[in-house]
Design a protein around this ligand. Structure first.
Ligand SMILES: NC(=O)c1ccc[n+]([C@@H]2O[C@H](COP(=O)([O-])OP(=O)(O)OC[C@H]3O[C@@H](n4cnc5c(N)ncnc54)[C@H](OP(=O)(O)O)[C@@H]3O)[C@@H](O)[C@H]2O)c1
Length: 503
C-alpha cells in the first residue's frame, strides 16, 4: 500500500486527487489549513488529516510531528499541491500579500521537501506548478513567478536527488476550482474551465509515469511549448508591442541600486556616476555603504547611500526623489547539497532575491516613483538556462525573478522599460564566497565590464542581456542539450561540495 502525502487537500485539485488515491486504497496524509471540525467529508479523519497553515513558519514542525504521531516512517509520494493565487495590477498587491503568496507556493514546498527527504527514499516528490509559469500574465505576476521559481527549484533539485528521490513537475492548465473565487474572480470567468476531478485524474496518471515534467492537456502543452520558444512574440502579443517607449522627461537622472556597496552593485554605481547620474545605493552593510558613498562623492557624484535590510524594511522608498533607473541587484546564495543545508538560510535567499524585488517594484509603482521612460533592471542569473545543482534555491529565486521581470515588461511598456540580465560567474566576493572552486577566478567576468554592458543595454532599452560569449554559449548549450548541461554543472559544482560523513 502506497503512503501519499498531499498538501492543499481540502479543496479543488488536491481534494479530487485525494479521493482518487483513497479509492485506489492508498494510505493518505492530508494537509490543509482548516480545522478538522470544519471538514464535512468523511475522507478526513484525525488519523489522516493534519492542520498546518503553510504560510506560517511552524507548518513543517506540525507536519513532521503529525507523521511521528501517526508512526509514518516512509512516504512513497509527496504531492506539493497547496497554492494561493492573486489577481490584480502589479502595483496594487501589498507587501504582505506578496510575502504570503511566496510562503505558500514556494518556501513551504522547499521546507517540506527538506524536512521529509529522509522519509522519501526511493519515493517521489511532485510539484504542482502551472501552465502559466511560461506566460508573462501581468495580472498574475507574483503567482506565475512563484510557479516559475518552483520549476527552477525542481530542475536543479532533480540533479541533486538523482538515485534517491524522483522529482516531477506537473503543469495543469486553467481548472474550475475554488482558487478563482478565493481571489475574487467572477464565476463567468472560470465556469468553462475543466472540472477539478477531470484534471486530478490526468495528474494522477501523469504521476504514475517516469516523466520529469508533464503538462496536462494537449492544448496546454502546445501553449507552453510555444510560449517557451517564442518569448519575444508572446510578450509582444500580450502588450509590449508597437509603441515606442515614452521619452524620458527629466533633466537630472537618478539611479537607485540595491546591494550597491560592493561587487556588481558598486561597479554599477560608478558606471552610472560616470554618466552623470545621481546615485542612491541601498545596502545592508552600513560601513561598506558609507565607504562607497564617500568614494563616489570624492568624484563629485551626488551620491546618497541608505543602510537597510530589504527583507525587513521598505520604508526608505517613500522618501526617494523620482527615479529614472531602478536596479534590483542585491542577492545572496546558499550553496552545497540542498538536503544537508540550513533551510532557514535557504528561505533567506528567496526573501532577498525574489520577495524583496517584487515588494519594492510594487511599492515603486504604487507611489509612482519611476519616471516616464524610466527602466527597471533585474539581475537574474545564467542559471535560468541551465540547472544549478548545489544552489537549487538560488536558481529558483532567479527563475522567479526573470519571470516576474517579463510580467512587469508586458505590464509597463510603453510607460517604462524592463531589462533582465543573466550574468554567468563574475569576479566578486559573492562568487568567491559561494563557489566550491575558485581556482579559475581570473576567468570570471570583471564587475566593471559587466556594469558597462548593463549600462549600454539599459540605455538602448534592450529586453534582455546575456553578458559575454561564454555565458551566451553556455545558455545555448543548456537549451539544446539540457541533460548534458546538467551533468557538466553537477561535475563542476555539486560534486565539489563534500557530503557530511555518516556517523
Ligand atoms: N485552478 C487552476 O486553474 C490551476 C491551474 C494551474 C495550477 N493550479 C495549481 O493547482 C494547485 C491546486 O489549486 P486549486 O485550483 O485546486 O486551488 P484550490 O481549490 O484553492 O485548492 C488549494 C488548496 O490549497 C490549500 N491552501 C491554500 N493556502 C494554504 C495554506 N496557507 N496552508 C495550507 N493549505 C493551503 C487550500 O486550502 P483551503 O481549502 O483552506 O482554501 C486548498 O486545499 C495549486 O498549486 C495551483 O496553483 C491551479
Amino acid at each position: 500500500m502506497q503512503t501519499i502525502l498531499i498538501t492543499g487537500a481540502t479543496d479543488g485539485i488536491g481534494l479530487a486527487m485525494a479521493r482518487i488515491y483513497a479509492a485506489q486504497g492508498a494510505r493518505l496524509i492530508l494537509i490543509g489549513r482548516k480545522p478538522l471540525a470544519d471538514l464535512s467529508d468523511s475522507l478526513f479523519s484525525a488519523e489522516n488529516y493534519c492542520q498546518a497553515d503553510l504560510s506560517q513558519l511552524d507548518c513543517v514542525e506540525r507536519v513532521t510531528l503529525f507523521l511521528q504521531t501517526q508512526m509514518v516512517s516512509k512516504l512513497d509520494l509527496l504531492i506539493q499541491n497547496a497554492g494561493v493565487g492573486y489577481v490584480g495590477a502589479i502595483g496594487e498587491q501589498s507587501a504582505e500579500s506578496i510575502q504570503n503568496l511566496l510562503a505558500v507556493n514556494l518556501t513551504a514546498p522547499m521546507r517540506l521537501t527538506h524536512a521529509l527527504f529522509p522519509l522519501l527514499q526511493g519515493g517521489k516528490v511532485v510539484f504542482i506548478s502551472s501552465v502559466a509559469s511560461a506566460l508573462p500574465v501581468t495580472k498574475y505576476a507574483t503567482y506565475t513567478a512563484s510557479k516559475a521559481a518552483l520549476d527552477g527549484f525542481a530542475r536543479s533539485l532533480r540533479v541533486e536527488l538523482a538515485g534517491q528521490v524522483a522529482v516531477q513537475v506537473i503543469h495543469p492548465g486553467a481548472t474550475k476550482t475554488g482558487m478563482h473565487s478565493k481571489v475574487g474572480m467572477d464565476e463567468k470567468q472560470y465556469r468553462r474551465f475543466p472540472a477539478a476531478e477531470k484534471v486530478a485524474k490526468r495528474i494522477v496518471d501523469a504521476i504514475a509515469t517516469n516523466r520529469r515534467t508533464v503538462t496536462i492537456g494537449t492544448v496546454n502543452a502546445m501553449v507552453r511549448n510555444f510560449a517557451h520558444t517564442n518569448q519575444r512574440f508572446v510578450e509582444w502579443g500580450l502588450g509590449s508591442k508597437r509603441r515606442k517607449l515614452i521619452a524620458q522627461d527629466t533633466a537630472r537622472l537618478h539611479v537607485v541600486i540595491t546591494g550597491a556597496a560592493d561587487g556588481i552593485g558598486r561597479a554599477l554605481a560608478f558606471r552610472y556616476a560616470k554618466a552623470g547620474f545621481c546615485v542612491t545605493g541601498i545596502d545592508v552593510d552600513a560601513a561598506r555603504a558609507a565607504e562607497t558613498e564617500a568614494e563616489l562623492r570624492a568624484l563629485g557624484t551626488d551620491a546618497n547611500f541608505i543602510s537597510a535590510d530589504l527583507t525587513q524594511d521598505l520604508s526608505w522608498i517613500a522618501a526617494l526623489p523620482p527615479i529614472d533607473v531602478l536596479i534590483h541587484n542585491a542577492g545572496i546564495s546558499n550553496t552545497g547539497h540542498f538536503i544537508h543545508s540550513d533551510v532557514d538560510k535557504q528561505a533567506a535567499v528567496i526573501a532577498l532575491n525574489l520577495v524583496a524585488p517584487m515588494q519594492i517594484s510594487a511599492e515603486i509603482l504604487r507611489l509612482d516613483k519611476l519616471n516616464a521612460g524610466g527602466s527597471f533592471v533585474f539581475i537574474s542569473s545564467l542559471s535560468k538556462f541551465v540547472s544549478y545543482p548545489s544552489a537549487s534555491v538560488y536558481a529558483a529565486s532567479k527563475d522567479g525573478l526573470a519571470h516576474y521581470a517579463r510580467c512587469l515588461r508586458v505590464a509597463r511598456w510603453p510607460q517604462q522599460h524592463v531589462l533582465t540580465v543573466y550574468p554567468g560567474p563574475v569576479r566578486t566576493a559573492h562568487a568567491r564566497r559561494y563557489s566550491p572552486d575558485n581556482s579559475r577566478e581570473a576567468s570570471r567576468m570583471s564587475p566593471d565590464v559587466l556594469a558597462d554592458k548593463i549600462f549600454d543595454a539599459q540605455q538602448d532599452h534592450k529586453r534582455e542581456l546575456m553578458p559575454g560569449a561564454a555565458a551566451k554559449g553556455f545558455a545555448i548549450f543548456g537549451r539544446i542539450a539540457p541533460r548534458l548541461a546538467e551533468k557538466a554543472m553537477k561535475r563542476a559544482l555539486l560534486d565539489k561540495f563534500p557530503l557530511p560523513s555518516k556517523q
